[in-house]
Design a protein around this ligand. Structure first.
Ligand code: ACO
Length: 488
């Protein structure tokens, strides 16, 4: 072990987060504490902290108002030698935590125990639902609201700690009002613990409103930013302009993961923007694999509620030419565009979910699955034809998406690469379709065991009775993703 190593501690191990609530002796932990996934953006690429022995960095949060408290303990600190000195942990974390996090432990405990029992999260209650027998609430607010800003400045260190590439928002920006914040809380039954506040923070998401650029007629079109500047210079209420709403940060705390809460939060947010008249498109900023899955499944559940989506079919009357371009209109393009516009989905996301759905509708002998074994029943010619048409839709989109990269390959190599990618997307769809079914079963089981799944404050109901979620056409019950095969 080098002398540097003896003084180094992996920063992901050193940092420990926990939720606490008041107790007679100060504070007590709620559930288990948890380590961050990433600290490279805070402590450097090697995720090591130099200069301490037996280092512990405890970041405690009051579970309701998320007041943070940082404590750094160690048995020995490296004595500075020239420019080599122990990492300034507090100095580094001051960049990401509000001043209140650096108060003395006693002050923190006093503040936690004196928080009003009737304290409620900032913003407005948007939805109440039950999950695994517990009650959860989603609160919605705008970053321009000082109470929302306070919570965001306390919690947003979670973005770099749990999202790869996650960054914080400048809460003091002049465009703060473009951010909408969704806060997810578990609400305990107050009768069990009459002395403490019933809210326990479980996760959050931020959504940014972009001006929706509509290109002017060429050839004199100004740039997008010029159009935006010119538009905003006029006396408009920005919140009334058409926009793209982009989910930026999305986190469920480790204590609450794997219970379907991410799916429900995403689903609620999606439903809100489906009903938001100014939102033209709902997008997601750099989703990761886990979020991609959640989004794909959720979007699939949502779209399958729409009769016009279910009506989108493969036109099996189309013949496939031996040479030349693949046929257009394998799925009716006008109907396709209309459903996509209604669902406010970005083109690629909508295409993926439709492909997934159409794959699930293929006759069993030709329907791809996750097992490499051939189907027991031999496919008819018609069934083979339908499968080839489905594969063409997928192939065409993937080819278009990767035209430049594929264009660099020789033709036989290009064909092989395309086939390989299509097959791996098929596999991914089969995996997601199974997961989507499992999630419906989980939710139905939860509802059967614990009673009504959802009581909506916002009109988005979520009954999953009989394994099928009921939804009006304006409702959403979706799920999400990461780097996709065809994006390589
Ligand atoms: C835009 C962005 O911000 S991208 C970054 C996304 N955020 C992060 O990666 C931060 C860290 N991670 C997280 O916050 C969370 O893990 C998320 C947001 C990715 C997922 O949230 P969760 O609440 O855990 O999702 P959810 O519970 O709906 O699904 C997760 C798993 O639980 C399973 N599950 C869902 N409901 C149930 C249930 N009732 N019973 C049992 N299992 C369930 C799902 O099938 C899924 O399984 P998988 O792990 O095999 O994929």
């Amino acid at each position: 072990m080098s002398s540097d190593e003896a003084w180094s501690t992996p920063s992901n191990d050193a940092l420990l987060l926990s939720l606490v609530s008041p107790s007679t002796t100060g504070v007590k932990a709620i559930g288990h504490s948890f380590h961050p996934k990433f600290t490279y953006s805070i402590f450097g690429d090697s995720e090591e902290i130099f200069g301490y022995k037996n280092l512990e960095i405890n970041l405690q949060y009051n579970a309701s108002d998320m007041r943070p408290n940082l404590s750094v303990t160690y048995s020995k600190q490296f004595p500075a030698v020239g420019e080599t000195e122990a990492t300034d942990i507090t100095g580094i974390l001051r960049e990401l935590l509000p001043d209140v996090a650096f108060q003395k432990k006693k002050e923190f405990e006093t503040a936690v125990s004196s928080l009003r029992k009737d304290w409620t999260p900032p913003g407005k209650l948007a939805k109440t639902f039950r999950c695994h027998g517990n009650t959860f609430e989603i609160w919605k607010g705008n970053l321009a609201d000082p109470a929302v800003k306070q919570v965001v400045s306390r919690i947003q260190i979670l973005a770099p700690l749990f999202i790869e590439g996650g960054t914080t928002i400048n809460v003091d920006d002049s465009d703060a009002d473009r951010w909408t914040v969704f806060l997810l809380y578990q609400k305990k039954r107050t009768s069990n613990d009459a002395d403490s506040n019933p809210y326990i923070f479980a996760g959050y998401s931020t959504v940014y409103r972009f001006f929706h650029f509509r290109p002017l007629t060429p050839p004199v079109s100004p740039s997008e930013s010029d159009v935006e500047k010119a538009t905003l210079a006029q006396d408009f209420d920005l919140s009334e302009l058409p926009c793209r709403s982009r989910i930026s940060q999305f986190i469920i705390l480790p204590l609450f993961q794997g219970k379907g809460l991410g799916l429900r939060l995403y689903s609620h947010i999606f439903g809100e923007y489906i009903q938001h008249p100014q939102t033209v498109e709902i997008t997601v900023e750099d989703p990761n694999e886990a979020f991609d899955d959640l989004r794909d499944i959720s979007d699939l559940h949502y779209l399958r509620q729409l009769p016009e989506f279910r009506a989108l079919r493969i036109n099996t009357a189309i013949t496939i030419p031996k040479v030349g371009a693949a046929p257009n209109n394998i799925v009716d393009q006008a109907a396709y565009d209309a459903v996509r516009a209604k669902a406010k989905m970005a083109p690629r996301q909508f295409a993926r979910v439709l492909e997934m759905h159409l794959m699930s509708q293929l006759p069993e002998p030709v329907r791809p699955g996750i097992s490499p074994e051939k189907q027991a029943t031999k496919a008819t010619k018609e069934q083979e034809h339908e499968y080839r048409l489905w594969r063409l839709i997928l192939k065409k989109r993937i080819y278009k998406h990767n035209k430049d990269a594929l264009g660099e390959l020789e033709i036989p190599e290009r064909i092989a690469k395309l086939e390989e990618t299509v097959s791996s997307v098929e596999f991914d769809y089969a995996r997601l379709l199974i997961k989507a079914e499992e999630q419906l079963k989980n939710m139905a089981e939860d509802e059967r065991k614990h009673g009504a799944a959802v009581t909506a404050a916002d009109g988005i109901s979520g009954s999953v009775a009989n394994g099928k979620r009921k939804a009006t056409e304006d409702e959403a019950e979706p799920a999400s993703k990461k780097a996709r095969v065809e994006d390589e």
